[in-house]
Design a protein around this ligand. Structure first.
Ligand code: NAD
Ligand code: TYD
Length: 341
């Protein structure tokens, strides 16, 4: 039996992770720590209430006293940090918040892992940082042969990616200086259920369902490598349990698409006209292309994807069609009342 701390478990990827592992590993215990920021939605994890191997705690990863007390009390074996400010557009409006949450929040967790190691009673076996391919910067559109490997230098463009890179560098620094047992995963763009409707795919689905104009930044020719959130989470789980200490692993979807291709796929499935597409001003500093080489995790840990883009998108679009209450609750703000704690 192992005890896991899952931070950011009320968000998109963390909630999908919890649904996966709480059911898959009944012998393990999972504690979710989430501040329920605007992006945290307790509705995502409400159905886990009552599971005997799971509990939820509302709290901020930057709150040193709360975090240190929690580590001492719970004696975690594994810590997986999903908590972050995650939206690039918000990072352009409020860069400091991203440095604060993503870098200082990560450091609070690292300091707690260090404290547990120094106290000697129950050291954490593995701290895992959920990072992003965006720390590598972007690739040119006319060089499809280029992919990010784990050897690529950090070369960030946005305050979001810079804050995630800052966090990664602290994780690596704590590993080397304080000998903490860490791993890092860097994944490409995720899609799936429970994604907050500020990111491209849920924005397009929710607007298309209401016949509203769909904002496409610039020419819509930026490329992202899309991965189903479940495949990302299977990778994280494998890395945490079997990955080599101190290593970085890339996870990618093998599904590069331009934004325009993504938008047209969604409109087609929903039976909506392409005339809804509205080109708007480009995002400042907009990364052109992300593409991931995930050979390392495939060869070392036998990781692979179960979804291809078409089947994954079909399932995802169906999920949003069948869960329009979930989006309506966010639009009305009602989701903020979903945690009664
Ligand atoms: P999200 O914005 O949907 O969820 C973030 C969660 O973290 C929310 O539940 C929020 O309440 C919580 N949180 C924020 N600040 C907190 C704090 N100070 N203390 C405690 N909880 C806090 O994000 P997501 O898309 O689920 O991303 C999860 C992680 O995966 C992030 O670290 C992100 O950088 C990384 N990532 C995301 C993608 C993607 O495509 N979405 C791709 C690669 C990596
Ligand atoms: P996003 O989902 O914000 O993820 P990221 O910026 O982390 O890759 O955006 C994905 C792509 O879609 C990105 O190139 C920006 C673009 N985009 C739009 O064209 N319109 C939108 O309304 C949004 C939210 C994003």
């Amino acid at each position: 039996m192992s005890k896991f701390l899952i931070t950011g478990g009320a968000g998109f990827i963390g909630s999908n992770y919890l649904h996966y592992v709480v059911n898959k590993y009944p012998e393990d215990n999972f504690v979710c720590l989430d501040a329920l920021t605007y992006a945290g939605n307790y509705n995502n994890i409400k159905s886990l209430e009552g599971k005997t191997n799971y509990k939820f705690i509302k709290g901020d990863i930057r709150d040193k006293e709360l975090v240190f007390d929690l580590f001492k009390e719970e004696e975690f074996d594994y810590v997986i940090n999903f908590a972050a400010e995650s939206h690039v557009d918000n990072s352009i409006k409020n860069p400091n918040l991203f440095a604060d949450t993503n870098i200082l929040g990560t450091m609070t967790l690292l300091n707690a892992v260090k404290m547990m190691k120094n106290e000697g009673n129950h050291p954490v076996k593995r701290y895992h940082q959920v990072s992003t391919d965006e720390v590598y910067g972007d690739l040119p559109l006319d060089r499809p042969d280029l992919l990010f490997t784990e050897e690529n230098p950090i070369h960030t463009s946005s305050p979001y990616s810079a804050s995630k890179a800052g966090a990664d560098l602290q994780v690596l620094a704590y590993a080397r200086t304080f000998k903490l047992p860490i791993t890092i995963s860097r994944c490409s763009n995720n899609y799936g259920a429970y994604q907050f409707p500020e990111k491209l795919i849920p924005v397009v689905i929710s607007k298309a369902l209401n016949d509203e104009p769909i904002p496409v930044y610039g020419k819509g020719d930026n490329v992202r490598d899309w991965i189903h959130v479940h495949d990302h989470n299977v990778g994280v789980d494998l890395i945490v349990r079997n990955g080599r200490e101190g290593e970085i692993y890339n996870l990618g979807g093998h599904s590069e698409r331009t934004n325009l291709e993504v938008v047209k796929t969604i409109l087609k499935q929903l039976g909506k006209p392409e005339s809804l597409i509205t080109f708007v001003s480009d995002r400042p500093g907009h990364d052109r292309r992300y593409a991931i080489d995930s050979t390392k995790v495939e060869e070392e840990l036998g990781w692979d994807r179960t979804y291809d883009f078409d089947s994954g998108m079909k399932e995802t679009i169906d999920w949003y069609i069948n869960n329009q209450d979930w989006i309506d609750d966010i639009k009305s703000g009602e989701y903020k009342n979903s945690y009664k704690g």
